[in-house]
Design a protein around this ligand. Structure first.
Ligand code: HEM
Length: 183
């Protein structure tokens, strides 16, 4: 099982049918495992205008009852060409019995979130349990994230945000397709 290319004996699985076999507690999120890429739009009351972006999301696992999560996004112009790097984050989604999820997510903007929620029937719904901020981070009070498997090979993502004095409201919506290919 030792894979010299990965440099250690326990490479992550990026495929629900591959090796290592996913842990039984990952059953409610098996459909998410792999790489997704697609486009989205964002807005917030503090911004002059809404924006378009592209996003790549990866969920992998090492056979234990948690997912490794990684997301990168970049802003795009009206023709879909990249403008500049935008939000990125990574973390761990700990699956509990009954589909409960405990997620730890950190961002280079100084924000660390713990979110809790539930995974069932192709949907994961996570809401803030706690947010920790570095001294210079923007004020973020809460988020809500929904991931929905919407038909074969399609994942929709919706993100609400309470930050910089604005109560929880829509920030992002994206539609991703499996495989990492440019949509
Ligand atoms: C796909 C992911 C995301 C994208 C593409 C995105 C994009 C943006 C953009 C374009 C802005 C305007 C400022 C700028 O131009 O950089 C912004 C502001 C902001 N975003 Fe996001 N964002 C994403 C995810 C998140 C997440 C996960 C959080 C918090 C947990 C967050 C919190 C904020 C905050 C606090 C602001 C500042 C609002 C203000 O000061 O007016 N964003 N985002």
């Amino acid at each position: 099982m030792f894979d010299p290319a990965s440099g250690h004996p326990y490479p992550d699985g990026h495929d629900a049918d591959g090796t290592p076999a996913p842990h039984a507690l990952l059953a409610p999120v098996l459909g998410l495992i792999g790489t997704w890429r697609g486009t989205g739009r964002g807005e917030y009351p503090t911004l002059d205008e809404d924006f378009a972006y592209e996003q790549k999301v990866t969920f992998s696992h090492d056979g234990r009852p948690f997912l490794r999560y990684e997301s990168r996004a970049w802003l795009t112009d009206a023709e879909g060409r990249p403008l500049r790097p935008s939000a990125r984050e990574s973390g761990w989604w700990r699956l509990q019995p009954d589909g409960r999820v405990e997620a730890l997510i950190t961002q280079p903007t100084g924000i660390a979130e713990i979110a809790v929620g539930h995974a069932a029937d192709g949907t994961v719904d996570l809401a803030t349990h706690e947010v920790a901020l570095t001294p210079t981070a923007k004020q973020v009070d809460a988020t809500r994230r929904r991931y929905t498997l919407a038909g074969p090979g399609t994942l929709t993502f919706a993100h609400d945000l309470a930050a910089v004095g604005v109560p929880l409201r829509h920030h992002l919506a994206a539609r991703l397709v499996r495989g990492g290919a440019k949509p």
